[in-house]
Write a protein that binds this ligand. Structure first.
Ligand code: ATP
Ligand code: MG
Length: 593
């Protein structure tokens, strides 16, 4: 079944059930300055979930364009792209779990009106409950009544089956549908096997029904909402993947023509690079069609980053200079019908891609010249200078260094970067030449959150936890630490809760200069492998009163900063992933909303 038909069938199915079809909202959120792009179907509809009257009524169905830059590192696997379409049906205080689940099931399995998928390949997750909210037996009972066997329904914690946009507002449990995409079929799976199959992308999450009936204030569920809402989201690319019987979204009709074109242009084979190029050029096309141009901050910076990563990966594939833009007409041919704005913007998209590639190549060429002037291994300071003054991305420096067989001191580069951010903050310039004013603010917040996380992990898992690595992008923090086993859902929830508790407590961040030995003796966290100067900066996070009377300090770390002044500025902390990094080392990725 072609993706066009999937869209059409979805809209019709719900139209038949009295839903009004509404068009996709823009990728650029209208009244929400807190996010750069629309990341889910619910976003433009929040006012109606809160009780506002939708002009089209209480039942809505749509296909929403979404961009999730936070998934950028996932691109290359079988199921994530940075742009995707979300199919959604909505109840604003009208029907609830019974109808929503039944219709999801019918749409997925009915041959006549829906997709005709095999019920034997369907797995379901429901919310297991916590202190404030009971286990979602109701949803499970409805699934069973439809014929889903008891052992194919798994109860999971808040990390997987609870939806909430932030510390305040509507929220609730969700139930998710997974589909077995293996050739042979996996059959019955216990919970552990199911989780492993999910990790290997043998079962793929295709649809999520959220039942919004609770309200949160300051991170705590305070009661039920006046109205019960349904918010569902099914990824078109993933549905197309299961309908077309292919093993990745890149082999569906939404990507295939782009992959063929890439195949014609490339000299080298590198599946991941091919997928990144296809994904990024497609997302960039939609962002440009929404009226964004490359820039050094905000949305324009996201676009710049996508295009530059596309150029880098196209180079890795052996594309000739200027070949990348050839893909635009293919993207346009796929999308000009469902999204005429993409067709109308074709000339603009072509021009923008060409110009950005050219300016990036100028930057690279100048950076390469500078690189040639350096002899031997590349120090952190030299790598930073290439980046800062000559705009050469660290990845390129590493690549050039590899070609020449020399090393780059990456930790020292990162230290330089941190220090520079601190300096530029002190001098109030607020910008560094790389031009990342907005993103700088984000990384500072994530840096403070990293300190809170470090301490929270010690509180929950024990004092043996120490930092093995840390990396911050504008979208997320990544923290590696030594611990022998995977964290349980409960431990993850507790760490998350602790960090959010410290955030909402409005702790103040203060820093002092101390002799290094004194700081270590006083219990400051430090990196055992680091070579500290005699005098170091120590960042302490505590309640203002505790600071004043020299009382309880929550987190104390030797660090170069910079940090926010008050944890209140951080927003909501969320753990996105907990996984193994290497033997005895766990890795957490987390973000702030
Ligand atoms: P995952 O855990 O696989 O990243 P998610 O929990 O982030 O998925 P939701 O936020 O529940 O997904 O979004 C609803 C639906 O949108 C998913 O069931 C999936 O079909 C689709 N979806 C989410 N993220 C992506 C993505 N990056 N690329 C393609 N489809 C996506
Ligand atoms: Mg996700």
């Amino acid at each position: 079944m072609k993706s066009t038909e999937i869209r059409q069938r979805f809209l019709n199915f719900f139209k038949e059930r009295n839903h009004a079809i509404i068009p996709s909202a823009s990728l650029i959120p209208k009244d929400d300055p807190s996010v750069l792009f629309t990341t889910a179907g619910m976003q433009p509809l929040v006012p109606f979930l809160l009780g506002g009257k939708h002009p089209e009524g209480e039942r809505i169905v749509n296909v929403q364009k979404c961009v999730r830059t936070q998934d950028i590192e996932e691109v290359g696997d079988n199921t994530h792209d940075t742009f995707f379409e979300m199919l959604g049906n909505w109840s604003f205080g009208d029907y609830f779990k019974e109808d929503a689940i039944r219709w999801s099931y019918e749409f997925l399995t009915s041959k006549e009106e829906g997709l005709g998928l095999d019920p034997e390949r369907l797995y379901i997750t429901c919310f297991q409950g916590n202190e404030g909210v009971p286990r979602d037996e109701e949803s499970a009972t409805i699934w069973r009544s439809l014929g889903v066997p008891e052992h194919r329904i798994y109860f999971l914690g808040a990390k997987d089956n609870w939806w909430s946009p932030g510390p305040d507002g509507p929220c609730g449990p969700d139930t998710e549908m997974f589909y077995d995409v293996t050739k042979e079929g996996l059959g019955d799976l216990d919970m552990q096997e199911f989780k492993e199959a999910d990790g290997r992308q043998q079962v793929v999450e295709i649809w999520n029904d959220v039942f919004m009936e609770y309200e949160k204030q300051k991170g705590e569920v305070v009661g039920k909402l006046d109205q019960q809402n349904v918010d569902t989201g099914a990824g078109l690319e993933r549905i197309a993947m299961v309908m077309q019987n292919v093993d990745s979204i890149f082999a569906t009709d939404l990507f295939f023509p782009i992959m063929i074109k890439i195949d014609e242009l490339r000299e080298e084979t590198d599946e991941k690079a091919e997928r990144i190029v296809a994904d990024h050029i497609r997302t960039a096309s939609f962002i440009i069609a929404a009226g964004v141009q490359p820039d050094n901050t905000g949305r324009g910076y996201v676009l710049r980053r996508l295009l530059r990563r596309a150029v880098q990966n196209a180079d890795a594939l052996g594309f000739s200079e200027g070949d990348l833009v050839e893909l635009v007409s293919t993207v346009v041919s796929i999308y000009k019908e469902p999204y005429p704005e993409v067709g109308e913007a074709e000339t603009l998209i072509v021009g923008t891609v060409e110009e950005e590639e050219e300016s990036f190549r100028d930057t690279l060429a100048r950076g390469r010249e500078e690189f040639k002037k350096i002899n031997g291994d590349i120090s952190g300071k030299q790598a930073f200078d290439l980046y800062q003054t000559h705009g050469l991305p660290l990845e390129i420096t590493i690549q050039l260094a590899e070609e020449r067989g020399v090393a780059v001191d990456v930790p020292a580069f990162e230290a330089e970067l941190e220090q520079h951010k601190e300096l530029s903050r002190e001098t109030g310039s607020g910008q560094f030449k790389g031009g990342l004013a907005d993103s700088q603010e984000e990384t500072v917040k994530l840096h403070t959150a990293t300190h809170l996380l470090n301490q929270a992990l010690r509180d929950v898992l024990g004092e043996h936890v120490s930092q093995e690595g840390s990396n911050i992008t504008t979208e997320r923090l990544r923290f590696d630490f030594n611990h022998d086993e995977a964290l349980t859902d409960e431990e993850i929830a507790e760490v998350e809760r602790l960090v959010n508790e410290k955030i909402s407590a409005g702790l103040e961040v203060r820093c002092t200069e101390q002799p290094v030995e004194e700081a270590k003796e006083a219990g400051a966290i430090y990196l055992s492998q680091a070579d500290y100067p005699n005098k170091v900066t120590v960042y302490e996070i505590a309640h203002p009163e505790e600071h004043e009377r020299g009382g309880v300090i929550y987190s104390k770390e030797i660090c170069m900063g910079p940090h926010v002044e008050n944890t209140r500025d951080l927003g909501t902390f969320k753990i996105l992933k907990e996984e193994s990094s290497s033997a005895g080392v766990r890795r957490i990725k987390a973000t702030l909303n």
